[in-house]
Design a protein around this ligand. Structure first.
Ligand SMILES: *Cc1c(COP(=O)(O)O)cnc(C)c1O
Length: 455
């Protein structure tokens, strides 16, 4: 490593030269940010000497925390053996071969093929190309349209950003015109006086209506996250997914489950589609597949699609220099080995999750909390000024932004989306550390209530 720069130098160089993702450049150039210098277990340390408990698993990816030596060692060993070779031109490498096989072993029945990318965004771009290729090979070239949902997050390349339903992104770049959006199953935001389960059915039926409107002969696929993550941890009503499944079964369109957050154990099963009982044709993965230590994503292709792709001749005109990068795949293999050979998943599901949910439920009584949503180890706390009318806390000044800043200042890293505080703690968080997480969140909620005079 290069010699350590002092904090002031780092911050100044950062402000001067480094453009950050999803950041107000003008603001950052003035204010600067926080330099994260090291991490251990579930804690991150900044260059000012602060120790912060990570309630977000990095960015939904370091599910096993920061101290998994076997992953670090696997990457180092792979760099020594074969630091890079591409998978174009009929070449392959052992980590890519082994990881492809291992992913098929742990994925739902009927998934036996993988296409590797470096990120979730690229994986979703790949899904579109796979879906288009599939229908072309079937002699249905008119089936090109993709249905997605408002406030979904599928990444930020042009195609993935178009799939996503984030209005801020659509405002800045023209979206792809073959992608259409339906409403999200966000009962607290959109449900009004409706019963939650009735609302779930209604939200699902928008899919059927949209397919009818566009024409089943034109629609290729529906893409969705089992639980919308970046959109604010929108845990759908229990009625939603069974109704979507029913609608999909009656129609000739493919279903892409974007498991970039829900995959690898986050919701209580290996994949979110298993938690909700849906049957995707394609699965998008990224983030936690390497525990966030190396960039890697990809598409898991179910047999229905793979059979057509493999029997149709001609090249699939798509690929990335680093598709199946040996060091990233080595990280993925070492990560899966921890999942499969330790008791982390059963302990997470049987002990950590119920404890986390019990602690969070107690927050429902707090004066600024309108709704607590949780599934597995992902949760949102929706902030309100008035519980019964669901009036927002301070939409203009951003009440949740205030709350988040209080939490971070007090040593808890959580995120905010809209009016929701969102959390996705590492699975290796101990029960005591879950207590600390919720205690720090309560302190931030108390300060928020006081700041906005809510009692
Ligand atoms: C993060 C995310 C992506 C995009 O992944 P990147 O690696 O950031 O490109 C796609 N889908 C979902 C559900 C995500 O949370």
């Amino acid at each position: 490593m290069t010699s350590r720069l002092d904090t002031a130098t780092l911050k100044n160089l950062d402000r001067a030269h480094h453009l950050h993702p999803f950041t107000d450049f003008q603001d950052y150039a003035h204010q600067g940010g926080r330099i994260i210098s090291r991490a251990e277990h579930v804690y991150i340390f900044d260059s000012d000497g602060n120790k912060i408990q990570d309630g977000m698993s990095g960015l939904w990816c370091c599910n096993l925390g920061y101290s998994q030596d076997s992953i670090k060692e696997a990457v180092a060993a792979q760099l020594n053996e074969l630091p890079f070779y591409n998978n174009f031109f009929k070449c392959s490498n052992q980590p890519a071969v082994e990881l492809a096989s291992a992913l098929c072993r742990i994925s739902p029945a009927g998934f036996n093929h993988v296409f590797f990318t470096n990120s979730g965004s690229e994986a979703n771009d790949t899904q579109i190309k796979l879906v288009h290729r599939y229908f072309d090979l079937l002699g249905k070239p008119d089936k090109k349209l993709i249905i997605s949902r408002k406030n979904a997050y599928h990444g930020s390349t042009i195609a993935a950003g178009s799939l996503g339903g984030m209005s801020a992104m659509h405002k800045q770049t023209m979206g792809l015109t073959y992608i259409h959006h339906i409403n999200q199953p966000h009962w607290f935001e959109l449900g009004g006086d409706m019963d939650e389960q009735a609302f779930g059915i209604k939200a699902a039926q928008e899919l059927a209506e949209k397919i009818d409107e566009l024409g089943e002969d034109k629609v290729a696929a529906f893409i969705a996250e089992p639980i919308q993550g970046a959109g604010g941890v929108i845990v759908p009503p229990e009625s939603y997914w069974p109704e979507v499944k029913r609608i999909l079964e009656e129609r000739d369109i493919l279903f892409i489950s974007d498991e970039v957050i829900c995959g690898f154990g986050r919701t209580g099963e290996w994949f979110g589609c298993e938690t909700y009982g849906t049957q995707p044709d394609l699965i998008t993965f990224a983030k936690a597949v390497t525990n966030g230590y190396m960039p890697l994503g990809g598409s898991l292709v179910g047999d229905k699609v793979a059979d057509v792709l493999l029997s149709g001749g001609g090249e699939f005109a798509h690929g990335l220099t680093y598709s199946g990068h040996p060091a990233s795949c080595a990280a993925g293999l070492a990560t899966l080995a921890i999942y499969e050979n330790t008791d982390i998943l059963p302990v997470t599901w049987e002990k950590v999750v119920p404890h986390f949910h019990r602690k969070l439920e107690a927050l429902s009584d707090h004066s600024v909390v309108g709704q607590v949503r949780a599934k597995g180890l992902v949760a949102a706390v929706e902030l309100v000024k008035d519980k019964s009318s669901r009036e927002r806390l301070a939409p203009e000044s951003g009440g949740a932004v205030f709350c988040r800043d209080q939490a971070i200042g007090d040593g808890l890293m959580v995120r905010q989306t809209g009016d929701a505080m969102i959390m996705s703690p590492p699975f290796v968080t101990t029960l005591e550390e879950i207590d600390t997480l919720v205690e720090k969140l309560v302190i931030a909620l108390d300060k928020t209530a006081a700041h906005y005079s809510v009692s």
